[in-house]
Design a protein around this ligand. Structure first.
Ligand code: PGA
Length: 253
């Protein structure tokens, strides 16, 4: 079994020194779990990404950006291009995080970013997830629409390079209701695979790596990791605490 642990540090920690410390903890974690075939993907803030990309790291520790623009270069004040990130040794890129969608990022923009990233061999981790769960099952429509629009115009070859992070918005962050129940996760993962199978064929639908994100902590990490078809986690708060991150992995393996 191979397992992916993504640490989305968001706009944390404030100092470069703290970022270095935390990254050192991930280096140790990556070494410890290398034989269990765990891959770690750390997504620091852009300035810290630049710093940490210069640090030697184990083969199973990767770097990710938290967002990127879709143009290659030019007069785009404040933006970072996929090529710039790739050029400094970034392997992955988180796209369409709910915190960015709330600030106005549309499915159409995310689709452009997927294309631009794949072009320079940055591997997209595309976040999807319903805003709330109702008893009538309206959220299934929301999820399907989001997937169809986010992948509109994305070819099968491009889609084959993507990792999906299923992050129900209601489960993300401090004000959330907490993580999804394993049974619901199981059902949703099947739904996501089915939706991708409709778009790109069953082979891609089955092979698609799907991570779960949203209030991942050590106390229910094992139950969530045991859900069939879960390829790993995308953790926010837990990823900033080196002890908690380590405990999550200890619980699973
Ligand atoms: P959380 O964040 O683990 O703090 O809920 C997850 C995410 O936003 O990716």
């Amino acid at each position: 079994m191979s397992f992916i642990f993504v640490g989305n540090w968001k706009m944390n920690p404030a100092s470069a020194e703290d970022a270095r410390h935390l990254f050192n903890a991930y280096k140790k974690l990556a070494q410890k779990f290398a034989r269990k075939r765990v891959s770690f993907i750390v997504a620091p803030s852009a300035p810290h990404l630049g710093l940490l990309s210069q640090v030697k790291r184990p083969k199973n520790l990767f770097l990710a950006g938290q967002d990127v623009f879709y143009e290659r270069e030019g007069p785009f004040t404040g933006f970072i291009s996929p090529l710039m990130l790739y050029g400094i040794g970034t392997d992955y890129i988180i796209l369409g995080h709910s915190e960015r969608r709330t600030l106005g990022e549309t499915n159409e923009i995310i689709a452009k970013k997927i294309k631009a990233s794949v072009k320079v061999r940055l591997k997209p981790i595309v976040c999807i997830g319903e805003s709330s769960r109702d008893t009538e099952g309206e959220f299934w429509h929301e999820l399907r629409k989001q997937i169809e629009e986010t992948f509109h115009g994305i070819s099968k070859v491009e889609a084959g390079k993507v990792i999906i992070a299923y992050e129900p918005v209601w489960a993300v962050g401090e004000k959330s209701r907490g993580a999804i129940k394993p049974n619901d996760l199981q059902e949703t993962i099947l739904f996501i695979r089915k939706t991708f199978s409709h778009l790109y064929g069953g082979k891609l639908g089955r092979a698609l790596p799907i991570l779960y994100g949203g209030s991942v902590f050590s106390f229910d990490a094992k139950d969530l990791a045991l859900v069939q078809g879960v390829s790993g986690f995308l953790a926010g708060r837990a990823s900033l605490n080196k002890k908690e991150a380590a405990t999550i992995l200890d619980e699973i393996f």
